[in-house]
Ligand binder design. Sequence first.
Ligand code: SF4
Length: 350
Amino acid sequence: MTTFRTTAQLCDHGLAPPEQRAALDAVAARYAVALPPALADLIDPNDPHDPIARQFVPDAAELDHRPEELSDPIGDDAHSPVEGIVHRYPDRVLLKLTPICAVYCRFCFRREMVGPQKGKAMSAEALMHALDYIRSHQQIWEVILTGGDPLVLSARRLRAVMKQLAAIDHVKVLRIHTRVPVAEPARLTAELVRAIKVKGKPTYVALHINHPRELTQAARAACARMADAGLVLLGQSVLLAGVNDTPEVLGDLMRALVECRIKPYYLHHGDLAPGTAHLRTDIATGQDLMRALRGRLSGLCQPTYVLDIPGGHGKSPIGPDYLARTGSNGAAHFVVEDFNGRRHRYPPVG
Ligand code: SF4
């Protein structure tokens, strides 16, 4: 089986309703489509609410654009000093090597920027300028390769970029954001793993995984190859309506990540990307889910629930809060909530 890239292929294989073909073609004309076999195989075509299909199969609801939605919801463009670099926080930059992904997520916050019709991988000249920018900014401590998905590039290209980054003295940490280990686990060959594991600089790999079913045996084996090689694995998930917005599914996901040596890092509130309202929850739902995780799961399984503030203002944790200050002046004290929801004064006396 090959990667499905058209609505015709999705309809022919029973993964999209043929009667909606015209609307789905309109969606695909605007937002890239790719569904690789590893993920297509996970979809139950008889389940109209399948959580894997919801993430990757185009939906006519994507034509419904809301006034609050933004083409660049997290403000990459406003913080891009040279092609391929986003410098939002002082000590780190994003380096976007390619607009191509192994799979196109229907809720992607960069959906207006990713896909084959949105450009090509960085040219050698653009990469040279981007590296010069990093070299000339001593405060850059961490470089984050993101995308598109950097792991769609060849091992040779990745090795060359990683070596050049590792050679910059003030860059101490490298990070790669990817969905390839679940979308195309076979790409994570020993050669590719060696290419991204550079000597002398720790490399973190942040894996984007939203549903426990994405962690197939092949995906788990790909993660094990990375962990065994000494790469540090982090989990990034997006809270999505109808995909992972129950305590059971979210809890199973976090446990599965930890079992695969992937430390849950962020749970992202859905960004205001165009045509994604049907996949967003509200923040109160997210906070309730976080409370449910706190009450039921090991501390290892707790991500930080974050909102990327529209306009490029960065991420902030959005609760829930367990600590409140009460009283005034000399009588002030805290009230802290435990995992059962019971409140306790702190300090207990005084
Ligand atoms: S893999 Fe990442 S960048 Fe690519 S479509 Fe999915 S969320 Fe967007």
